[in-house]
Write a protein that binds this ligand. Structure first.
Ligand SMILES: O=C(O)CCC(=O)c1ccccc1C(=O)O
Ligand SMILES: [Mg+2]
Length: 357
């Protein structure tokens, strides 16, 4: 992939701040490791690097397996947060969904309890894959049972499922047809890619299943984040601040795509979640609850109070992140080896951005 395709120029996107040096980026950096109360994406800890620039705190937390090119967009988002600040909000709170990881049906109630009262929307993870990359045995029946348990506990809530590309075309059509009676608001990235997504969407329409299709990985992992909209492959797009290179760039992608958007977290700490709330608060249209309640899955976070929802609503920050609490930051500080690993990742991502400046 050429440097140009990492951050393709977008119509109407304002220029970002100039790129600070690696030394400046790392001057106040703290690596943290947050414990989680539920297994998510195969782990019970979330590592992140928190940076502090003249505009405020910033988060850099690409997942461990991500390389420099992909991580460079996450670093661009941190530069925006810490060295520029976010654009002004147009609303002062954001409705969010509760996120239910791929737990057993009997654990659904315990997970939902973490989000408190006032849940109006729930996203249920389905199609979980094991470390061998295969769909977990028995997952079809467990997925159906998990979704039906959420529906039983919350008869009025809007329900979505997220397969993270985990199904084949046949599996997606089968399970989504089976769940028609539950009334799903949308299914997020049931299969990988853009054309396969379009094909699932077409077949559901032909069968008369009204479930919408949302694109997530097809937006944030494809070279061109607008390709999914151009291919008419989805009814809506999921947008994330760090993978898309910042609040302004994500907002420009939503505008250029011309589709409704759901802002979702990358399992960020409170600092990153505030940035995602800033994007959700900045979008002119916000017709769906956002996937930004994931702070509730941490047993410790860096801010006091943590950036978590109450009554189904997430607060909106001003143009910068909340300050981490010094004692909490110490309590979750990662070891020196982890800090060094993060510093090397900043170097690698920085080199990719520097080649574009
Ligand atoms: O959207 C949500 O409800 C929570 C966020 C979430 O699911 C997520 C978190 C980390 C990485 C990927 C994803 C995803 O949407 O696929
Ligand atoms: Mg998703």
């Amino acid at each position: 992939m050429s440097a140009d395709t990492v951050l393709p120029p977008l119509p109407g996107a304002p220029a970002g701040p100039s790129l600070p040096s690696v030394e400046e980026l790392l001057e106040h950096a703290v690596a943290v490791s947050l414990p989680m109360t539920v297994r998510f994406r195969g782990t019970t800890r979330r590592e992140a690097l928190l940076l502090r620039g003249p505009a405020g705190w910033a988060e850099f937390s690409p997942f461990p397996e991500y390389g420099d090119e992909e991580s460079s967009r996450w670093l661009a988002a941190a530069v925006e947060a810490g060295w520029q600040g976010w654009p002004e909000p147009v609303r002062d709170a954001v409705p969010v969904n509760a996120t239910v990881p791929a737990v057993a049906a009997e654990d659904v109630e315990r997970v939902l309890a973490k989000y408190g009262d006032g849940i109006t929307a729930v996203k249920v993870k389905v199609a979980e894959h094991g470390p061998d990359g295969r769909l977990v045995a028995g997952s079809r029946e467990e997925d159906l049972a998990r979704v039906r348990r959420v529906r039983e506990l919350l008869p009025q809530a809007a329900l979505r499922v997220d397969a993270n590309m985990g199904w084949t075309h046949e599996q997606a059509v089968d399970v989504l047809t089976e769940l028609e009676d539950v009334g799903l608001e949308y299914a997020e990235q049931p299969v990988p890619g853009i054309e396969p997504l379009a094909a699932v969407r077409r077949e559901l329409r032909e069968r008369g299943v009204p479930t919408r299709i949302a694109a997530d990985e097809a937006v944030r992992k494809e070279a061109d984040p607008l390709a999914v909209a151009q291919a008419d492959a989805a009814d809506l797009i999921v947008v994330k601040v760090q993978p898309l290179g910042g609040v302004r760039r994500a907002a420009a992608i939503v505008e250029a795509a011309g589709l409704d958007a759901v802002v979702s977290s990358a399992l960020d700490t409170s600092v990153g979640l505030a940035g995602s709330a800033a994007l959700a608060a900045h979008l002119p249209r916000l017709p769906f609850a956002c996937g930004l309640g994931t702070g509730a899955l941490f047993s410790r976070d860096v801010c006091d109070p943590a950036w978590t929802p109450s009554g189904g609503m997430l607060p909106v920050p001003g143009v910068s992140a909340p300050e981490p609490d010094p004692a909490l930051l110490e309590a979750v500080r990662a070891d020196a080896a982890s800090h060094d690993r993060w510093a090397r990742r900043v170097h690698g991502a920085h080199a990719v951005l520097a080649a574009q400046h």
